[in-house]
Design a binder for this molecule. Structure first.
Ligand code: DUC
Ligand code: ZN
Ligand code: ZN
Ligand code: ZN
Length: 467
């Protein structure tokens, strides 16, 4: 049975253009777009008509960096694939790319199977996987080729977290060389973890145990140094490189320098680095634990370089690094020792709104909003144009966005499974009204109408930024 939905009268915004157009959806895909009011559009019939007059019609968000259920520091991220993807839908994100984890001593296959077991049949929106490499060896290097051919085309390595996820320079180089040959994209957590661990030990010995010291020991210079080193290793391996969660101005400068040389180096930042700062980390008592993530929040002055990088396309993607831990019982594990606070912030539900707020404030254009939140992540990770745009043949992942609605972000009203909001009390102009995932209405005028298991695993192609 064919079902047709017509989204009528809105301003269609993609990364490439803005047009007053009607969008016809058939069998889960976009069948056609036609200028609003034209004979072609008027002739369309549909089972359901969604009136988008005065609203934006935008592609569903693509959040290319989430950690549902991630085991970390003796606990696990509090959003499951079910709760986290539902929250994503509420926030206008219709695709996530989460990180499957290879544990030390196990294969990539085991890690990937384990993450499929967590996610399959539970997600509200579509999902793909990157693979975290924790144990680079002959076997796992060979497995990378297989994963690329199966649609897991990107691999995260850590220069931080010695003893957990960490890879030394030799292992990093080998993985980059492999990626150079098989079309994979290396994603780097660029912080010098060996040096940071020394500073952690020294800080704790001085009795500096509160959350703000997390930000102090994870020095911006050590993010910049690791970023620089990762770029040089990628040059030696002749491999493209994507730096995740860039937070320091000095790291942006490394990216700019590499890109000015024409190197295939890409960068991502996250809303927490654009909107929050060490002021939040230094909140009274133990409240700052809510803002402990790595890379850490930086002094406000760094934000200018991040916004500039987004405008100049030296940073291409904004994703959330969504990795929530409840304050009660989880963040509290680090009372008296900041190094035991599980690292991560909630945000999968807030990204589209926070970036729209940046449009309202004149920091980025409306089309750039859609680029950094939808189109660029889809291109970066081989999902475009199925995801990330509105065009005939694309999946009908569509958000009707009310640019005039006023909302206040709060844990009282959010849908993420976490007991605080990193943006508590923040006023946002703009709100998601209706969301379609492959043509199915999953948010209907601020009501959830989706279901666990609607979301499908989505294998990916290789990075579409490369020639
Ligand atoms: N950073 C975080 O904040 N959380 C999970 C892993 C990471 O690299
Ligand atoms: Zn119109
Ligand atoms: Zn990371
Ligand atoms: Zn992460």
């Amino acid at each position: 049975m064919s079902t047709r939905t017509l989204i009528r009268g809105g301003l269609v915004v993609t990364a490439a253009e803005e047009t007053h157009a009607d969008v016809l959806v058939e069998d889960g895909r976009i069948a056609a777009l036609a200028a609003h009011g034209t004979d072609a559009a008027r002739a369309w019939t549909a089972d359901r008509i969604i009136d988008a007059t005065g609203k934006y019609v935008i592609p569903g968000g693509v959040d290319a960096h989430t950690h549902m259920e991630l085991p970390f520091g003796g606990t696990a991220a509090s959003d499951t694939f079910e709760t986290g993807t539902r929250a994503a839908a509420w926030g206008g994100t219709t695709t996530i790319v989460d990180f499957a984890v290879q544990s030390v001593g196990t294969s990539l296959r085991d890690g990937l199977d384990a993450w499929h077991a967590k996610a399959d049949g539970r997600c509200a929106v579509d999902y793909g996987f990157h693979m975290i490499l924790s144990d680079v060896n002959e076997h796992s290097l060979k497995e990378m080729d297989l994963l690329v051919s199966e649609g897991v085309t990107s691999f995260k390595l850590f220069m931080a977290y010695p003893g957990v996820f960490y890879s030394d320079d030799g292992r990093i180089l080998r993985a980059m060389q492999r990626a150079s040959g098989n079309g994979g994209l290396i994603m780097m957590h660029a912080e010098n973890g060996i040096a940071i661990d020394v500073l952690v030990e020294q800080a704790l010995a001085r009795g500096e145990t509160s959350p703000r010291h997390h930000g102090e020991v994870r020095r911006a210079l050590l993010e910049a140094e690791a970023t620089h080193r990762a770029i040089q290793l990628a040059r030696v391996a002749d491999a493209p490189l994507y730096i995740v969660h860039v937070s320091a101005e000095e790291a942006v400068a490394e990216l700019v320098a590499a890109r000015d040389k024409g190197l295939p180096v890409f960068g991502e930042t996250c809303p927490q680095y654009l909107f929050l700062s060490t002021d939040d980390l230094a909140a009274p008592g133990f409240e700052g634990a809510k803002y402990v993530c790595s890379t850490p929040l930086r002094p406000k002055e760094h934000q200018r370089a991040l916004w500039r990088g987004l405008r100049t396309d030296d940073l291409q993607v904004v994703s959330t690094d969504h990795c929530p831990f409840c304050f009660s019982g989880q963040k509290e594990l680090g009372r008296g020792d900041f190094s035991k606070i599980p690292n991560g912030l909630p945000g999968v539900e807030n990204r589209m709104d926070l970036l729209h707020q940046a449009v309202v404030e004149g920091r980025i254009s409306r089309r750039r909003w859609i680029d950094i939140a939808c189109a660029a992540p889809a291109r970066m990770f081989g999902l475009y144009p199925k995801k990330g745009t509105l065009a005939p043949g694309a999946d009908a992942d569509i958000v009707v966005y009310d640019p005039h609605a006023e909302q206040v972000l709060s844990a009282d009203t959010h849908h993420m499974n976490v007991d605080y909001s990193a943006y508590e009390g923040k006023r946002i102009t703009g709100q998601v009204e209706t969301v379609l995932s492959r043509g199915t209405v999953v948010i209907d005028g601020r009501a959830y109408t989706g279901r666990a298991g609607h979301g499908r695993y989505t294998p990916r192609g290789t990075c579409q930024y490369l020639g």
